[in-house]
Design a protein around this ligand. Structure first.
Ligand code: AMP
Ligand code: GLY
Length: 428
């Protein structure tokens, strides 16, 4: 089977590293891929968000199956366009991708189907939103309706910051049309958890729980990022909590899809806040998380292709993930300036030494390969992933490998997994 992976992050390298070992895969291509996928697959310089170009590539290369990594092409209708060309693809169609593509739509869905989430109000008029905030006398989480490359959510600390966020999104249009409508949401507290389920339009298969670390710096402070590291399993998701996630969130969501006539195939990644053992939904994503995928793939036993194929074909019967490796943890190495404007083209040293640490896989995100030389080409540069017997053990190997790697201005957190580690630099 000829397989094409769309995307260029650590998530796509993790998926490629699994699929390249599948006995069903005869050739693996990535569009556009990165310096890591270049070593195990054939990178083709096609932009993931250029739907027509991806379809043309898939046709020209006689691709049998496409795995779509990021949300933007899904929201743009890449899976619909591939289906029209007769090419099977993993991921939701445009209509179902609205679960991530529109916060207004997904909040309406949650409220309509009784799914626990923060109280919220939607506004399409900046004056009305400001009036509401002033009258409430308290800060709100301000969310742009549309996709904003993970930057459209502002967790305001006070009323002034809330008003400023409304101004930036709705009047200054910092994220363009994405800020035409905003959701104002009550702030939730607790521990964030990433819960992924794969759907086939009818059934769902839950994956292992994971925890990301959104803030840039140790101790969960600093600006929000796309994720500075992740691990699985997180102890906050006890068996009782997982049961609640399934019964109160996942099952009603899948029932809601059925009632609303939404044929959801692909990954539904539910971002949850767990407080006192009670899960509430922060957001839905319609694709795998990054860096959550890195740890999920590190733990997944055997071939993952049947899971993706079953979802795309509408028949996940008989697919049961085996979490063969008990624990996995990954540490993101980010470029100087991240999550703002970053410096690119910096040489990276020590990759081979890092990869020699037992149980460690150095996954690439924003990198470029030129022969033997690898340089930085994005914000999140590498994702050093370790798998093993316990969170303490995998944290030790991940950081041992991290310490072999150098590039100018490298940023990282030293406390990934702190909720689960016995000797982290920070304990929350
Ligand atoms: P979202 O894209 O909606 O998940 O928001 C991005 C990040 O903002 C989340 O991962 C949380 O860290 C934070 N966040 C979003 N909504 C809330 C909320 N209601 N309360 C507290 N933090 C939130
Ligand atoms: N790691 C969070 C995300 O992929 O949205």
């Amino acid at each position: 089977m000829r397989v094409l992976i769309v995307g260029s992050g650590g998530r796509e390298h993790a998926i490629a590293a699994k699929l390249v070992r599948s006995p069903m895969v005869s050739e693996l291509l990535c569009a556009p891929g990165n310096g890591g996928t270049a070593a195990i697959a054939r990178n083709v310089a096609v932009n993931a968000e250029d739907v027509a170009a991806v379809v043309a590539l898939a046709k020209a290369e006689k691709i049998d199956f496409v795995f779509v990594g990021p949300e933007a092409p899904l929201v743009l209708g890449l899976v619909d366009a591939l289906a029209e060309a007769g090419i099977l693809a993993f991921g939701p169609r445009r209509e179902a991708a609205r679960m991530e593509g529109s916060k207004v739509w997904s909040k309406r869905f949650m409220h309509a189907h009784g799914i626990p989430t923060a109280a919220s109000e939607t506004f399409s008029d900046a004056d009305a939103a400001e009036k509401f905030v002033r009258a409430s006398g308290k800060p709100w989480v301000v969310k742009a309706d549309g996709l904003a490359a993970g930057k459209g959510v502002i967790v305001a600390a006070d009323v002034a910051e809330t008003l400023d966020a409304i101004d930036r999104l709705m009047r200054k249009r910092e994220f363009g049309a994405a800020g035409a409508d905003v959701v104002l949401e009550e702030r939730l507290f607790g521990q964030e958890v990433s819960y992924h389920v794969v759907l086939d339009g009818e059934r769902f298969v839950p994956l292992a729980a994971a925890q990301d670390h959104k803030r840039l710096q140790d101790g969960d402070v600093g600006p929000n990022t796309g994720g500075m590291g992740a691990y699985s399993p997180p102890p906050v998701v006890t068996a009782a909590v997982e049961r609640k996630i399934l019964e109160r969130v996942v099952e009603p969501t899948v029932r809601g899809f059925r009632e609303d006539g939404v044929d959801f195939r692909g990954t539904l990644f539910v971002g949850l806040m767990i407080d006192g053992g009670e899960p509430r939904v922060l957001e839905y994503n319609v694709r795998f998380g990054d860096p959550e995928t890195e740890v999920l793939m590190a733990r997944y036993g055997g071939d993952v292709l049947p899971l993706f194929l079953g979802s795309a074909r509408g028949d996940l019967r008989g697919v049961t993930p085996r979490w063969e490796t008990p624990a996995a943890l990954c540490v993101v190495l980010a470029a100087p300036g991240y999550p703002g404007t970053v410096k690119k083209g910096l040489p990276i040293h020590g990759l081979d030494a890092a990869a020699r640490v037992p149980g460690v896989q150095v996954l690439h995100a924003g990198t470029r390969r030129d022969g033997e030389h690898v340089t930085t080409s994005g914000g999140r540069v590498l994702c050093v992933t370790a798998s093993g017997a316990s969170i303490d053990a995998v944290a030790a190997s991940a950081y041992e490998a991290v310490d072999q790697i150098q590039f100018e201005g490298m940023q990282l957190r030293r406390d990934i997994g702190h909720h689960a580690r016995s000797h982290a630099t920070h304990k929350a």
